[in-house]
Design a protein around this ligand. Structure first.
Ligand code: 5RP
Length: 229
């Protein structure tokens, strides 16, 4: 891929995504993540399905489900899925202990439900997503619309600087009919503790900290190499 100056830029997301799809085998049930990196994984999976790979999948968003269906990937209802073998999903930040911030694309609740039901969660990222301490990326918190002002007050009391997410001048609504509060300019040295504090607030449905959920993180690097951590 070349930029405007003709300099070749590495697509680190695609590198990581395509490596992850190599792990998918015949007969597996696969969780499909959401976002621009997961997009590449679904495209690659679609290619493999056209070549004869026999899998079934569940999706973490309407977007990913539509993409997968369009590529001929069999989407099955959640009620028919026992355990998921591997979920492949992106992340907004990954720290050295493989704790994650997710939800930049607004799909954190479904992503967490699907990841929790998966034997393995493969996280696919470009190297720019690796951080020492989580929090430079705004932490998304999904909150219900009812009395959301009170829920925002509770987030403010934790010094989390919440801001309701907007899209095209309108309040952003998740696939589940909820709002997202993005918590900016925070540092998260102890993700497990903050995760527990957040989910204890009435009105919080789920938050974007994925604690001890990633099985493997696949990192695409600018030099074209791929690391697995
Ligand atoms: C969506 C997510 C995405 O995985 C995360 O935002 C990363 O997105 P991208 O792959 O586009 O960088 O959590 O809710």
């Amino acid at each position: 891929m070349s930029n405007r100056d003709g300099v070749v830029e590495m697509n680190t997301k695609k590198l990581a995504a395509e490596r992850a799809v190599e792990a998918i085998e015949d007969g597996m049930t696969v969780g499909l993540g959401t976002g621009s990196t997961a997009y590449y994984a679904i495209e690659k999976l679609g290619e493999r399905v056209k070549e004869g790979l026999n899998i079934r999948a569940v999706a973490t968003s309407k977007r990913s489900e539509e993409q997968a269906r369009g590529l001929g990937i069999s989407i099955v209802p959640f009620a028919e899925v026992g355990q998921i073998d591997i979920t492949i999903d992106g992340a907004d930040e990954v720290d050295r202990s493989l704790q994650l911030i997710k939800g930049g694309g607004g799909a954190l609740l479904r992503e967490k439900i699907v990841a929790a039901r998966s034997d393995k969660m493969f996280v696919i990222v470009g190297e720019d997503k690796l951080v020492d301490t989580l929090g430079a990326f705004p932490l998304p918190v999904e909150i219900i619309p009812f009395a959301h002002e009170w829920t925002l007050d509770a987030l403010k009391a934790l010094q989390l600087n919440p801001e309701l997410r907007m899209e095209n001048g309108e309040l952003y609504i998740t696939d589940n009919g909820n709002y997202i509060a993005d918590c900016r300019s925070i540092s998260i040295p102890d993700p497990a503790s903050l995760h527990a504090q957040l989910n204890a607030i009435p009105g919080v449905v789920e938050n974007g900290l994925f604690v001890d959920m990633a099985h493997t993180v696949i990192v695409g690097r600018e030099d074209g190499s791929i690391d697995t951590i």
